[in-house]
Design a protein around this ligand. Sequence first.
Ligand code: ASP
Length: 306
Amino acid sequence: MSWTLVIHGGCGAMRPDHLPPEQEECARAGLGAALDAGSAVLAGGGSALDAVEAAARVLEEDPAFNAGRGSVLTAEGRVELDAAIMDGADRRAGAVAGLTTTRAPVSAARAAMEHTPHVLLTYDQADRFAAVHGLEQVANDWFVTPERKAQLDRILAAGGKFDAEVKFGTIGAVACDVHGHVAVATSTGGLTAKRWGRIGDSPLIGAGTYADDRAAAVSATGLGEAFIRAVGAHEVCARMRLAGAGLQEAIDAVLADVASLGGTGGLIAVTPAGEAAWGFTTPGMYRGRASANGREIGVYSDPERR
Ligand code: ASP
């Protein structure tokens, strides 16, 4: 059996000739590094779970994406991080939300899965839990970049409203290992200028993150509120398992449903047979896939300008 890895770095209004070339280059390099990290695990016979964590950690460290360092800012100007991980073999899951000091949120989610009887841990107690489990703590400022400060100022000046050029930079990884098991990890800073302890779809099992060996592993990016209401990631699996839908068909149907709720976004997914697919309703999505047969990285929807 062969292995497959698919990752995303968020979707949004990325159009050829509009995205600054250095931004595009950084994003493509970051996606490549994450594919390297996850592929090394899978090619060595490692588990899908280890691979998605490894890929997600690379993207969390990369300020080009809205996860870990370089995350978007809350209305108060700080970073609050959400992440989840799930193993399709036994549907164990762990998630964290509202972290402010843990450098690797995806690893905190994994620790929650492996070292507690709970699924979702939140805010300062979740950071304390991560610290107890040996995960590095940093000052909240460490996550903040000047670009994100400027973006927050722009959005606050516009009354907290997003413009049509919004980019959802959440990161996600799904993998199928050589043993035929799937897993998923998703990590994000959420939405710019979020308030009141807002938590999005990414750390909510079923909404932005889901893995089930009976169907697929799925990670979402986009307007979290719509994915929560559509229970998007689980809905992909449910359509496959209960209605016999194909992977691409299930993804497209869920994105249409999310659109009917007023949300745009993207999904990546992989099945235990190693089939990989993605879809997005925005002009672009940072994405990549790798297997023993090679790799592909893309940004735009235009087939001429991937
Ligand atoms: N889905 C994320 C959220 O709503 C945002 C993103 O995809 O960037 O928190």
